[in-house]
Design a protein around this ligand. Structure first.
Ligand SMILES: *[C@@H]1O[C@H](CO)[C@@H](O)[C@H](O)[C@H]1NC(C)=O
Ligand SMILES: *[C@@H]1O[C@H](CO)[C@@H](O)[C@H](O)[C@H]1NC(C)=O
Ligand SMILES: *[C@@H]1O[C@H](CO)[C@@H](O)[C@H](O)[C@H]1NC(C)=O
Ligand SMILES: *[C@@H]1O[C@H](CO)[C@@H](O)[C@H](O)[C@H]1NC(C)=O
Length: 495
């Protein structure tokens, strides 16, 4: 290679390296939470494909779910894997427990399954006020032990620790973001954690819910929950806030500044809007909020105090019909997608892309269980049948203000009977509510209504399709085998 060519080569190489630095991701990627509290979970390989098809390249799991982690292997998706709060005490009590957790739930998946684990989330909102200090003592020692275990496993650089906290760990006495500080009762605990994260180049993770601000407070200015709303702006010195997400996020930035950690990296671990289960949880509001959120992510727009946007993990990817409804009936309806990966509402994902539904989903037969026309709502068994159905199946869509909240009593019973029947995989004995019910092949969903009588997915069929994945793995190992064999031949010829 002549000197001229060498210079040209080095120049092109430099351009290439610089451009990599400028465009590290190529295209914008989205991040989401994948919760698995479902009676009919979508098979993990379908969920992973759903993420890829919609440009999600980061995912947060609430626990080290084996099915999810295996499906994420070699997917190009970066993973944050969570430690449930109940494991905090045992992990805090001994480094050996932390080492065992990291070995089984991090190292193994990285080395054996090719999972790109980037973060371990220690606990899930452990300082939440409603937990009444139950996890306050164990969080920090668990964090220390997990960090020590990651270093011991040789993963200290590759995998960072973090603690996802609810936005209730900080507050502002004046109501303005600039007065933000951490809650007095946990201030010291927060500083301990933040100092440790900072020492380990790890981020702080915060879950922020404009929906909950609106749903919990009848006086909350509705428009302020959205990004293009017309609420009177909140003026804070030289900054004007037009939405509660920015104001809330900057309250945290101020709290960090006040305590000497103004440049601490922040991740938004959960944010989203549910579509059912309360009067402000509906398709229109969810679409409006999430469209605004995705627009900001696509534009790379941050908050007034942090113009560079954080990673934002949308909550959630799909609905979970088995989630606890202690916080409210909306808990089972946070998904951008329905439980089966079908589309609830369109979203513009930028660059001319829109949402793509899950592929390859198999359903139970198109049949429903409804209240039989001969049965009467004054039947002595009526209340008990209804209650049985709603104890074992998800009736949250019947609650006032929800998608099926306007059904009459017979409609109510049909909805409940059907949810039970579907949840029990359309078992023959699951549509026998003391002779009050019958099976129909005509879709009972009311016309012109958001209320849908579901058909659940066929777990049996999916089990078979999951096992079909095995030959693909075998094919991959065959390719590996053949190529390493050829390599050895070439090597021996060369020697
Ligand atoms: C790994 O994670 C799973 C799921 O959270 C948990 O049940 C299991 O106990 C963990 N393993 C260890 C060794 O802690
Ligand atoms: C806000 O944005 C949504 C979704 O992009 C749109 O449907 C709505 O009309 C907008 N509202 C206002 C007040 O501009
Ligand atoms: C329907 O069921 C829901 C939930 O059980 C209940 O709140 C509502 O009052 C019922 N409506 C009628 C008309 O029976
Ligand atoms: C249901 O109806 C059948 C036939 O009319 C009757 O034999 C049976 O006892 C009824 N079962 C219940 C639980 O009412």
């Amino acid at each position: 290679m002549g000197l001229h060519n060498l210079t040209r080569f080095l120049f092109l190489l430099a351009v290439y390296i610089v451009s990599l630095g400028f465009f590290p991701k190529g295209v914008v990627g989205f991040a989401c939470n994948w919760g698995t509290r479902s009676t009919h979970p979508l098979p993990p390989h379908i969920v992973v494909q759903l993420m890829k098809d919609n440009g999600f390249n980061k995912v947060k799991l609430f626990e080290a779910d084996a099915g999810a982690l295996k499906a994420l292997g070699n997917s190009g998706i970066q993973v944050m894997v969570g430690i449930p709060n109940d494991l905090l005490a045992p992990i805090a009590s001994s480094v050996n427990n932390a080492v065992a957790w990291v070995t089984q739930n991090v190292s193994n998946y990285i080395s054996k399954n090719g999972v790109d684990i980037r973060y371990v989330a220690v606990g899930n909102e452990p300082f939440l006020k409603t937990y009444d200090n139950k996890f306050v003592q164990s969080t920090y020692p668990a964090l220390e032990n997990i960090q020590a275990a990651l270093i011991k496993a040789g993963l200290g650089r590759q995998v960072k620790v973090t603690v996802p906290l609810n936005a209730d760990v900080y507050q502002s006495d004046s109501g303005l973001p600039s007065a933000g500080d951490f809650r007095p009762d946990i201030h010291d605990k927060m500083m301990e954690i933040i100092k440790f994260l900072n020492q380990n180049n790890a981020p702080l993770t915060i879950n922020i819910y404009p929906f909950l601000s609106l749903d919990a407070d009848p006086n909350f200015p509705k428009e302020y929950a959205f990004f293009n709303g017309s609420a009177p702006p909140v003026v804070d010195g030289s900054i004007t806030y037009t939405n509660v997400l920015d104001a809330n996020f900057d309250t945290l930035v101020s709290a960090l500044e006040k305590n000497g950690y103004g440049s601490m990296p922040i991740i938004i671990g959960e944010v989203g809007w549910p579509t059912d289960g309360s009067s402000s949880a509906n398709i229109q509001n969810a679409q409006r909020f999430n469209q605004g959120l995705f627009d900001r992510i696509v534009k790379g727009q941050g908050s007034p105090k942090r113009p560079t946007p954080p990673d934002i993990y949308v909550f959630g990817l799909i609905d979970e019909d088995f989630k606890s409804i202690d916080p409210g009936n909306f808990e089972r309806h946070w998904g951008v997608f329905n439980f089966d990966g079908s589309i609830k509402y369109p979203l513009n994902l930028g660059r001319g892309k829109s949402l793509v539904a899950a592929k390859g989903v198999k359903y139970l037969p198109r049949q429903w269980c409804v209240m039989s026309p001969q049965a009467s709502t004054s039947d002595p068994n009526f209340a008990e049948s209804m209650s049985k159905a709603c104890t074992y199946a998800d009736c949250t869509s019947l609650s006032p203000g929800s998608s099926c909240g306007n059904l009459d009593t017979r409609g109510n019973a049909s909805y409940a009977f059907n949810m039970y029947y579907q949840t029990m995989d359309q078992r023959n004995d699951a549509c026998q509510f003391n002779n009050l019910s019958m099976i129909t092949k005509i879709d009972p969903s009311p016309l012109q209504s958001a209320c849908k009588f579901e058909i659940m997915i066929d777990l049996g069929k999916h089990d078979r399709s999951t096992s079909l994945a095995a030959p693909i793995m075998e094919r991959n190992s065959l390719v590996m085998l053949v190529s390493s064999f050829m390599f050895i031949i070439l090597l021996s010829l060369w020697i």
